[in-house]
Design a protein around this ligand. Sequence first.
Ligand SMILES: [Zn+2]
Ligand SMILES: [Zn+2]
Length: 227
Amino acid sequence: MTEIVTGIHYVDGSNANCYLIEQDDGSLTLVDAGMQPDGKKVIEYATKTMKKQPSDLKTIVLTHCHVDHVRGAAAVKAATGAKVEAHQAEADYISGVTQYPRPGGATGVLFGLISPFFNSKPVQVDVRLAQGDPVGGFSVVHTPGHTPGSIALHDPKSRVLFVGDTARYIKGKLVGPPPHFTPDMKAAKASLARLSALDFEVLLSGHGDPLRSKDAPKMVKDLSEKL
Ligand SMILES: [Zn+2]
Ligand SMILES: [Zn+2]
């Protein structure tokens, strides 16, 4: 069991990272659903480790459309009846209405070769989010760049910020989004600069470890200037 800060759990072994937020009323919000096996891990974590009912998981919020963050969502939705929420610029990619554009160059060729293995079972997005919307006690921050509808989630009270893949804290180092899978690095840089103006001391990313530091906003600012 990994409770990162009071009321926020990391689903052990998930990849990309899946997080469960426990609300004051006992209900749960899932941030990202990982790959297909991660969906099962989320349900097991909620029911066995947290001793919740499947129906306590009310909301699945997806930081962006990449398969390693969304593929587990269909199973979690089927098991719990949770609503799926994502940014309005991302929703059609997740629902499978629009195909996500392939990256250019060699990455695009690779993407084409591996995409049959990545074909996710699309999951219907029930709520199309916009900047400032509330989700699971957090508020949505639109952070385009890594994808057009990438989002962060911020709570100034607990000073926690979820960032998806816009920043990643890996092996003690804060890095930006993976360049080959980030079509608009200029927008990502601007998104990081905007995030650095928020008040937070725990940064939870889609890959890697939690970053806990009073200097976290400054670290994000330094990263934005480096990109
Ligand atoms: Zn991604
Ligand atoms: Zn990712």
